[in-house]
Design a protein around this ligand. Sequence first.
Ligand code: MN
Length: 491
Amino acid sequence: MAKVLFLDTTLRDGEQTPGVSLNAEDKLKIAKALDNLGIDIIEAGAACVSDGERESIKAIAKEGLKAEVSSFARILKNDVDQALACEVDSVFLVAPTSDLHIKWKLKSTQEEVLSKVTELTRYIKEHGAKVDLCCEDGSRTDHDFLVKVLKTAEQAGADRFTVADTVGVLTPEMTAKLFEKVTKHAKVPVGVHCHDDFGMGTANTLTAVKAGARCVDVAVNGLGERAGNTSLEEVAVALRLTTGHKFNLRIEGLTRLSKLVEKLTGIPVPPNKAIVGENAFTHEAGIHVDGILKKPSTYEPIKPEIVGGKRRFVLGKHVGFKAVKKLLEESGFKMGEEQAKQVFDQVKFIGDKGKRVTSVDLDTIAESVLGQKKEKPLHLIELTALAGNKVTPNAMVKLQKNGETIMASGVGDGPVDAAINAIKSAVKDVPFELTEYHVDAVSGGTDAVVRILVKLKSKGRIVTAEGAGTDIVLASVDAMLNGLNNIIMRS
Ligand code: MN
């Protein structure tokens, strides 16, 4: 099986996701993470955009990564000069090729586009960089003209030739036809750049590979213009598990990479997102959990560990008895069938009311069934949080811990962050990490009840806990203390 190159465009097309702007430091972090996983080409940005963008592309190019570092450029001499000035290894030279783009956007002709392709490809090569000539709106371009652009680019010395489905209108059948034609005529590796407007980005990318494409343009978490680019993680796992094509990318770091990009871009990954979504390896339904406990492949098409993910069983109204028993065991509860059944009934009762059942809830139920209800070690006595436009958000907490009074303060990005930092400093002796924080407004309006869910990790164990109320700071502190009480009591 032929080898496929991965070109990651998270830092260019991905950054064009509405609402995303990454600073140089964040871009470098993502580039290093991509390089660590063995990505072949990093499209680091578009040098023509701004001074800041040029600085960050230059910083990535100078980092000494194993990956080829590239900048986007239009078929304009100035764009190309700006890209070259960033000392990139290659230029992703984008030439609009459809009649629609040539006539209405460029107000130009096919001949002019071809002559620009020749001129700028040669120019870039003379300056020692590689050229990936990309046909913008290639999917709506006459196939014969695409071949003409390909031949022109190859003659001028281009190293790769990419066809972009810029507006995501291809179907797998159309993709097969287009790429069979282009790859038949190509001497250089052909790349495919798809968008997910019809939800077919991954399917089209795999179809193009089957038709001979050897470079896939992808973005982490499927970020990108409109509905996004093809997802890196989806293509990588699908190639690994279904087609057998070879590639350099190491997929075991995909979950961590996804989380890093989610954090730095501020674009949350939907829970039902393939491969990297929170629910991708999560099971609630009783029948599925029962099957998985007997043999994981019954309901798990992808092993979570191959992408660095983790299988999770969650509690809710669909939960089955065996899952509850398994979770009780994992939490260290020793109880008989009858007692476990009582816990199960209570979990079902809460789940039926449409409520989330956290791990703290499960422990509380189990303890009450076993008659082990213990006094909680941590109690909140006082909380003050201050925020505004002329003050550094700060908070003070007074806690009682096993009868002893502790006071601590913290500053943060806002009153919630400050209050949580104050708690962290009050319980320094408890080893834990806050890995997730969710807010749900239960009713509308500024006096809405908010429900806070926190996920705390302590010595490999994950504890979920909730707090609710009309005061978001107080509800957050409650959620933290519920989780921390659980950690302290069970350690
Ligand atoms: Mn694009």
